[in-house]
Write a protein that binds this ligand. Structure first.
Ligand SMILES: Nc1ncnc2c1ncn2[C@@H]1O[C@H](COP(=O)(O)OP(=O)(O)OP(=O)(O)O)[C@@H](O)[C@H]1O
Ligand SMILES: [Mg+2]
Length: 405
């Protein structure tokens, strides 16, 4: 059984420098923690009396940016959340605690993550894989063929949209029309409207009624694909020669939440959209559909239960409270994240990462967008008319971000 837990204390999140010279060695401090938390082994002394002692110390290894201590896990003990927390909170450098093959490892890093990592530094990977960010153990990627659906949460201005732009750019740079994007941009199309003419972007929906239209089309395609799979005896797209993958990216999904003040028709529209999202995560992963649900604060109302259950990858940027963190990633920690772009990526394990920063200008350059290929505010405005449900107004910069040809 393999389990990994990585925590970083509040102090370590802000500490910029490694402090290897402490009054008390790391090993000694760990011994005290083991005693106080009862992480001890039992043995019999020379007279046959049952005694308790420290877990067996196995050694220390050092690598580029860390020193790691290993111990035998005493029989009957487990690596509990409270033990990890006790270890992590005792040190003011980033610490990772994990258990593997009957051993406990405590890793002390001699550096902290930077606050900004350029998208240009992301390594190249093939397949349906996107960069999540850089952790202290190196670059982390998410493979949509292994884990088809993802939720993203984070307070305003913490990096959700930048992360989604990473996904769109990284995949579009490496794939032609075998990748299709349906962007449900519920900030009135402000963020993704300008990418509507990319060959990989099939549609950008900018409000709930456009989203409902897109979902209806997707359901139809889903049914057709399902019939095709049945006829060919396929069960999962990853085991077929089919290259096509369809990404449905919903930015600010809380805009699809039915509210008590809405009239029945509007509520039904929202409920329909939520039901479609749930259906996609329930059924369509094996057919090649990948859904990313991003919202500031996922609640039972804004994040359909089926989406949460079927999204086996969860990304959280800074959230206002511990409760919000538990809602988003089923554990606390996101309330301590120190800067925009710093996130917790949660699958069976958890990793703290810095998401690469990608500006709109660099994105446009990479995707070879010229002024002519970018949808204009006029075109977008006609489509958005009076249905825009956002307080944001386009600025001069937004209107004309792509200056080069
Ligand atoms: N990965 C990152 N690295 C560095 N800075 C970042 C990163 N992500 C976001 N930022 C900074 O935070 C700002 C807001 O990011 P973003 O638009 O992604 O937030 P958001 O979570 O989508 O907010 P909202 O909920 O209001 O839409 C960016 O303009 C940028 O200055
Ligand atoms: Mg956003």
């Amino acid at each position: 059984m393999f389990s990994v837990f990585a925590y970083t204390s509040i102090a370590a999140l802000t500490a910029a420098v490694f402090m290897p010279e402490t009054n008390m060695s790391y090993k000694r401090r760990l011994s005290i923690i083991f005693r106080r938390t009862g992480f001890l082994r039992e043995y019999r002394d020379l007279y046959g009396n049952l005694k308790q002692g420290l877990p067996k110390y196995l050694g220390e290894t050092t690598a580029g940016n860390y020193a790691e201590y290993s111990y035998s896990i005493p029989l009957g003990n487990v690596l509990s959340e409270s033990l990890e927390k006790a270890i992590v909170e005792a040190f003011d450098v980033p610490v990772k605690v994990y258990a593997e093959g009957g051993r406990l490892y405590v890793r002390f890093y001699n550096e902290n993550l930077p606050e900004n990592i350029s998208y240009a530094k992301v390594p190249n990977r093939g397949g349906y894989v996107v960069p999540i960010g850089k952790s202290l153990d190196g670059w982390l990627f998410h493979n949509f063929d292994k884990t088809p659906h993802m939720t993203v949460a984070g307070a305003t201005r913490q990096g959700k949209t930048v992360f989604l732009k990473n996904v769109l750019t990284y995949l579009s740079e490496r794939h032609g029309e075998d990748i299709r994007f349906y962007m449900i941009d519920l900030k009135g199309g402000l963020e993704f409207g300008r990418y509507a003419k990319l060959p990989q972007v099939v549609e950008v929906a900018s409000d709930a009624s456009e989203a409902a239209e897109v979902f209806t089309k997707l359901r139809q395609q889903m049914n057709e694909t399902m019939a095709y799979f049945r006829d060919n005896g396929y069960t999962n797209i990853v085991n077929t020669p089919i290259k096509q993958r369809t990404f449905i990216i919903i930015d600010e999904a809380a805009q699809l939440t039915p509210e008590p003040f809405m009239d029945d028709e509007e509520k039904k529209l929202m409920q329909y959209c939520q039901w479609c999202m749930a259906e996609i995560t329930r059924i369509a992963g094996a057919l090649g559909w990948r859904l990313i649900h991003a919202t500031q604060y996922p609640t039972a109302d804004s994040l359909p239960r089926a989406v949460k259950q079927n999204a086996d990858a969860k990304m959280a940027f800074r959230l206002p409270t511990e409760l919000a963190s538990r809602v988003a990633i089923d554990e606390n920690g996101a309330e301590y994240l120190p800067n925009p772009g710093r996130g917790i990526y949660r699958t069976v394990d958890r990793q703290i990462v810095q998401v690469p920063y990608l500006s709109d200008e660099e994105m446009a350059k990479r995707l070879k967008l010229t002024k002519r290929s970018v949808i204009t505010w006029g075109e977008l405005g006609e489509r958005r008319d009076d249905r825009v449900r956002t307080n944001e107004v386009p600025t001069e910069n937004d209107r004309d971000i792509i200056e080069f040809e």
